[in-house]
Design a protein around this ligand. Structure first.
Ligand code: FEO
Ligand code: CA
Ligand code: CA
Length: 651
């Protein structure tokens, strides 16, 4: 989401190498340090030609009311907020929006995108077959809706009412506009189009029944008046980024859930619970969902927030399936979790907790992944060990297990059992000595070199005495990217190992900034020819193309004077960490996604909260992208970017 990470903007808290050469330059701030230590694997890899494949003409830094792609590319609209998902819903008319209408339409503030192929010879419930098909012209788009912005959704909006009715009615709409959409899409001569009325089309919202599974399921801290079993919950919220599994399921993250709850944590009798609720920003000043739906008032249901803040797994290929909250992956402000799946090995999943001074996590499954054994594979994420990352001087790292009874994770410190460790994963990780980071967003593994990259978006709250090797800048406004190098050779690394190397892949910000503390550092800087548009700040989401190039989506560049967008770069070779600017958002918008089709010929992106700016409202918006129609407000939208000559994007 944007700078402020709460569910509703209405109460936004203020800001709640090239090989050896780059290593030296950036290393001065981080791992100078490495001294005699062997340079981590990904830096030693043979020069790859991946960078040479990035051939598009870079676009300029801009700030206007349009989106921008390089010459020779098109960006077609796939879906915007309010577009119908069934054949009878008809054109979006915002003045007629109510909860039941919103439930059959595309939700608000699209974020994460998973493209899930559809095999022509398989049907519902055959996820792995579909995934293996690699069909790049027909599939499902699975899209998160992170949060709602009532002042941009309802004409005449105030905190009590609008031209669309009372606050209760708004909240009912908002609860249907959050969550997730599954929609069948097809590539046609007119671009990518949704298949209206498809059996696969589905909305997940705050009223969708979900199961809670794993070690914490059923624990007393997850029990409520409506669900004394602690295993059933209605809905998901704050759905930011996510991941995909090789057995055809999708993972969606619950990030800024705290903003959905109201009440004073200090009125909750249990001291640990009060501290827990404070940690997620629950306060009496939050949005007033609790007045409408009592479970969002912690003075009525003090355990309801413990049923949010998890990763959710669901099967997009089975429209009847019930999503599951996976407690084994811990509870925090999940950006997402992405998987490393190797036959015969445990599943390894990496994720970030997107808040200042929070941690990077890794989950290792107890069982091993066996391609084709869907029944067992589907349980892999329910049992395993969660670890928090410790990034030490000299590029040395360790994964610290969050296990009850180990080290400080005992009754004395308020951990009765493993459920407590998972519910309070943040507190457990801090006690273990994990490294507090600069807002960890996406953490994803490059399929070519097998190294794992951590997007650290920014942390203005880091004080000079809180600087550490992996977070080298005080008041970090521009963010940075770390590279985790598990032991082993490129393409065959041991992600299960509890030790790793790490290094700073790049520092965001202007490479020509006067203040050295704010100066960005990129690979191309060291060849002396980084372009004026090649630099960026605030890395948030990341994707890799099949050649191992990294595509970074940003959230915050407007504070540096230009639009958020996409920058692509090699991770190895002469042009390692030398970004090129590929896509720009309309003003006020943030870009999420990004997601390639298996053939690399389509790149889907989410433009979230276009025209989000001070004073911008439904009635008087900054602009009306993408429709530019006086009868429509600005609408969050998913775009499909393609080369006009039908080639592979970026090559
Ligand atoms: Fe929802 Fe971490 O951005
Ligand atoms: Ca974001
Ligand atoms: Ca994000």
């Amino acid at each position: 989401m944007t700078d402020s990470k709460h569910v509703s903007p209405e109460k936004q808290a203020p800001d709640s190498p090239h090989r050896r050469t780059l290593f030296k330059a950036i290393g001065a701030a981080t791992a100078a340090t490495a001294g005699a230590t062997v340079l981590p694997g990904c830096l030693q890899d043979k020069k790859s030609n991946a960078s040479a494949n990035l051939k598009f003409n870079e676009i300029p830094h801009r700030l206007d009311f349009k989106h921008h792609v390089p010459e020779g590319y098109s960006a077609d609209r796939v879906l915007s907020w309010g577009d119908p998902l069934d054949a009878f819903a008809g054109k979006f008319k915002p003045e007629q929006l109510n909860a039941s209408e919103q439930a059959r339409r595309f939700g608000y503030n699209n974020d994460f995108i998973a493209y899930m192929p559809l095999a022509n010879d398989a049907g519902p419930g055959e996820g792995e077959k579909h995934r293996q098909s690699r069909n790049s012209e027909h599939g499902l788009l699975c899209i998160n809706h992170e949060y709602t912005q009532p002042h941009l959704m309802f004409s005449g909006y105030t905190e009590k009412s609008s031209n669309r009715g009372t606050r209760d009615e708004h909240i009912a709409v908002e609860q249907q506009a959050c969550g997730h959409t599954i929609v069948e899409i097809e590539k046609t001569p007119d671009g990518w189009l949704p298949v209206l009325g498809s059996l696969y089309n589905r909305r997940l919202s705050l009223t969708t029944a979900m199961n809670i599974v794993g070690v914490a399921a059923g624990d007393r801290r997850l029990q409520t008046n409506e669900d004394p079993t602690g295993t059933r919950v209605l809905g998901t919220v704050g759905n930011c980024a996510g991941g995909k599994t090789p057995w055809g399921t999708v993972l969606i993250a619950e990030e800024g859930f705290g903003g959905a709850f109201q009440g004073d944590p200090d009125n909750v009798a249990d001291e640990i619970e009060a501290r827990n609720h404070h940690a997620f920003g629950i306060s009496p000043g939050n949005r007033n969902w609790g007045d409408y739906d009592r479970r969002f008032d912690i003075t009525v249901e003090p355990n309801e927030p413990n049923r949010f803040g998890w990763m959710v797994e669901y099967d997009p290929y089975d429209p009847e399936s019930t999503p599951r909250k996976l407690t084994g992956l811990g509870r925090f402000e999940h950006e997402g979790f992405t998987l490393v799946s190797k036959p015969g090995k445990p599943i390894v999943a990496y994720g970030g907790d997107d808040d200042e001074h929070q941690f990077v996590y890794r989950f290792v499954s107890r069982g091993v992944y066996q391609p084709g054994d869907d029944v067992r594979n589907r349980e892999l994420l329910t049992e395993g060990t969660l670890y928090a990352g410790q990034f030490s001087e000299g590029g040395i790292g360790r994964w610290l297990p969050l296990l009850h009874g180990r080290g400080p994770l005992t009754q004395e410190n308020g951990f009765r059992n493993q459920a407590d460790v998972l519910v309070d994963a943040r507190r457990a990780a801090r006690l273990l000595g994990a490294t507090p980071m600069d807002r960890p967003e996406d953490v994803e593994t490059n399929p070519v070199n097998d190294c794992t990259y951590v997007m650290l978006t920014k942390n203005k709250k880091r004080k000079p005495d809180q600087v550490n090797a992996a977070n080298p800048r005080a008041r970090n406004t521009a963010g940075h990217v770390l590279e985790i190098v598990p032991p082993g050779r490129s393409g065959a690394r041991d992600h299960v190992s509890d030790t790793f190397h790490w290094n700073t892949f790049l520092l965001g910000g202007n490479p020509n900034a006067e203040d050295p503390a704010e100066r960005g550092a990129y690979g191309q800087q060291h060849t002396g020819n980084i372009s004026a548009d090649g630099w960026f700040a605030n890395p948030d989401n990341v994707a890799f193309d099949q050649r191992g190039n990294m595509w970074i989506a940003t959230d915050g560049c407007e504070s540096f004077g230009f639009h958020d967008g996409l920058w692509a770069m090699a991770t190895e070779g002469e042009l390692r960490a030398a970004p090129r600017h590929f896509f720009g958002c309309p003003q006020g918008g943030e870009i999420c996604g990004p997601e390639f089709t298996p053939d690399g010929k389509t790149l889907f992106v989410s433009v979230q909260h276009p025209a989000d700016a001070d004073g911008s409202t439904f009635d008087n918006p900054l602009h009306r992208w993408p429709d530019n129609d006086p009868d429509l407000p600005p609408r969050p939208t998913v775009l499909a970017i393609r080369r006009k000559d039908a080639g592979v994007v970026g090559s």
